[in-house]
Design a protein around this ligand. Structure first.
Ligand code: RP5
Length: 163
């Protein structure tokens, strides 16, 4: 299986983006991670997406914080689905990243996830679901994950009001 490509704007994004990698590991989907910055290494964006197309990468997950142009710029260079993860920023706590990634103009799509770790994990889950459309083994592992999650909720403590 061709690995999912996990890109991020900075090494400092990895503590968040590693949750996408963990989810992909849990679902048996291979991945590769790399730092590519829309602002610090803009020349690498196009070549990275050209290589991804040659490699037939099924999904790109892109995390960035602050001005967060990475997911949208990657999407501009490829027809591979791009899932954007807003990483929390120091000053604006990721609301800046979210609004930057989610506000793509009509005609260039980025699937935008939640801010932070939940969004990164769900990007991994959604990537597996996309691959699962044509890969029955991955689809079954996603279904097993969802069933285990349901069991965990159903077996949780019953909630009662204090007397
Ligand atoms: C963005 O700027 C990165 O995605 C990161 O979230 C943020 C801060 O980067 P560093 O200054 O920590 O490298 O481009």
């Amino acid at each position: 299986m061709t690995p999912v490509l996990i890109l991020m704007g900075s090494q400092s994004d990895w503590p968040v983006m590693q949750h996408a990698a963990t989810m992909l590991n849990d679902l048996g989907v291979p991945w590769q991670a790399r730092v590519v910055s829309a602002h610090r290494t803009p020349d690498l964006l196009q070549s990275a997406m050209q290589q991804a197309e040659r490699d037939a990468v099924p999904v790109v997950i892109a995390g960035a914080g602050g001005a967060a142009h990475l997911p949208g710029m990657l999407a501009a260079f490829t027809a591979i689905p791009v899932l954007g993860v807003p990483v929390s920023s120091k000053q604006l706590k990721g609301l800046d990243s979210l609004l930057s990634i989610v506000q793509m103009p009509k005609g260039v799509a980025v699937g935008t996830l939640a801010i932070g770790e939940a969004g990164a994990a769900n990007a991994g889950l959604l990537a597996a679901q996309i691959i699962g459309v044509t890969d029955a083994a991955v689809r079954q592992r996603v279904q097993a994950f969802r069933a285990a999650q349901r069991e965990h909720v159903m077996n949780g403590p019953s909630l009662e009001l204090p007397q």
